[in-house]
Each structure stands twice: as C-alpha cells, then as structure tokens.
Design a protein around this ligand. Structure first.
Ligand SMILES: Nc1ncnc2c1ncn2[C@@H]1O[C@H](COP(=O)(O)OP(=O)(O)OP(=O)(O)O)[C@@H](O)[C@H]1O
Length: 236
C-alpha cells in the first residue's frame, strides 16, 4: 500500500527526514506520532507527492510517487490547514470538489452527519474554526478511496463532531481502507489507532501496536509510553 525507502528531506539546513523507511500494508488505522516539528506533515506530504524529496523512493498503491500523479486520485486527504478562498460558499466548495473529482460522493449524508446544512450558503471566511474543520472532514470522507490521510482531524471539533469523526473512521476501516492519521490528542489515538508510527530525529523510531509500545517501554499508560519511547535507545 505504502512503501517509503531511504527518504531524505531537508528545508535549508534543517534535515527533517533522514533515511526514513516505512512499509504499510493495506488495511487498518495507523497513527503517525512524534513531537512538534518531527516531520509528520512532511512525511504525509511526501507520500502525497506535495513535498519534493531530496533522496529516496516512495510507492503508493504500487505506483512510484515521483513519476506518477494519478495515484493521488485514490487518496482522500484532510490537510492540517486547508486554504480555500474565503469568499467561496460551503455548498459551492463541495460541488466544486465533486465536479473536479468526477466520482460518486456521499456528501449529502456527511453534511447531515456533521450538521453543516445551515452553513451551505455561508462564505468560508465567516465560519468558525470548528465548522471549517467539519467542512474539511466532509471533503475528506465524501469519496470512496482505498487510502485516507488525516492530518490533525480533531482540531476544533466539538464532542458531537468528534464522535461522528470516529464513526466515519471506523466505517472506512470496516470497508478495508488504510487510514493514516496524525494527532496530538492521545486519547483519540488510543481509541482509533491499531498501529503506531513514531517519528523522531528524521526516522521511524517505533512501529507497532499500542500494546507493543507499552510493553517495550514498560508503561501501562499510553501517554507515559509515548513520552518514554523518545528517551529509549532501542530503535524499532
Ligand atoms: N515549507 C517549509 N519550509 C521550511 N521549513 C519547513 C517547511 N515545512 C516544514 N518545515 C520544517 O520542517 C520541520 C518539520 O515540520 P512538520 O510540519 O513536518 O512537523 P510535524 O511533525 O508535522 O509538526 P507538528 O506536530 O507541529 O504539526 C519543522 O522544523 C518545520 O519548521
């Protein structure tokens, strides 16, 4: 599903990813974790072909990222910060994306699930942060794609929307999808994720289940295990 080999990425003198290797077989929910600035978004954007890698090779759905952009049609992506023109109305944006993608969509169902119908005629610039995030979630979930990448999906969500988001993630998982998610909300990660991918110093420092992480760090609490992993010498 995703194969990253010897990925290097520098911004100026800042070596963000340094010989990063990662294989994710199809199906399941994987949380990409790591301290602020550890390169989670850079890794995700490299997988999406949005960041030009300095060295390495990435394959997504058996296609090389460098040479082929068509694989991106098979990925649903929720960016950490989505930048759509503020004068666009919510309904217009959703229709625009549906027209561009030219695939069947379930936007109507999601509009109701996330209760954004009252906002369809509102301009994006006038929405609250949480409502904007609900719109972005609708955009990310409305197409049927084998790979879903969610960068900080919980940002700004109220409890009702958070429950809805978790339901959507579970539904996609049950359909056999692969879901990559980043989040600093460890309670959310513990509830949804099966696999943990922990980034540190430009590499995958740990890859495994939450149970394996607890065992390796000798911690019974997930939060403490995450803190402990960064101080361990043994790499995954
Ligand atoms: N376009 C860019 N130009 C310059 N530096 C960048 C750029 N994008 C990211 N960086 C730097 O790369 C490093 C990794 O950033 P990235 O956003 O991938 O981290 P992250 O793990 O997603 O962080 P966070 O948890 O804060 O979201 C940071 O030091 C950041 O400042």
């Amino acid at each position: 599903m995703i194969k990253v080999v010897d990925l290097h990425k520098k911004f100026g003198k800042n070596q963000v990813l340094n010989n990063l290797n990662l294989i994710i077989e199809g199906g399941g929910i994987f949380a990409v974790l790591g301290p602020n600035g550890s390169g989670k978004t850079t890794l995700i954007k490299s997988i999406l072909g949005m960041v030009r890698m300095d060295k390495g090779k990435i394959e997504v759905l058996d296609q090389a990222v460098k040479t082929n952009w068509k694989y991106r049609k098979e990925i649903n992506y929720l960016p950490q910060i989505a930048n759509f023109p503020g004068n666009l109305r919510v309904g217009e944006l959703i229709r625009m994306i549906v027209d561009l993608r030219q695939k069947p969509d379930n936007s109507e169902e999601l509009i109701d699930a996330f209760q954004i119908r009252p906002f369809l005629d509102k301009k994006l610039a006038t929405l609250s942060g949480g409502t904007k995030q609900k719109v972005n979630i609708v955009l990310a979930f409305m197409f049927d794609s084998p790979l879903l990448i969610l960068d900080e999906p919980t940002t700004g969500l109220d409890p009702a929307a958070l429950i809805q988001l978790k339901k959507c993630i579970q539904t996609e998982k049950e359909k056999g999808k692969t879901i990559l998610v980043t989040s600093h909300i460890l309670q959310f990660v513990e509830e949804v994720a099966e696999g943990i991918i922990y980034l540190l110093e430009g590499k995958i420092y740990f890859k495994g289940s939450i149970e394996e992480l607890k065992k390796q760090t000798g911690q019974t609490n997930f939060e403490h295990a995450i803190v402990a992993i960064a101080t361990q010498k043994d790499h995954a």
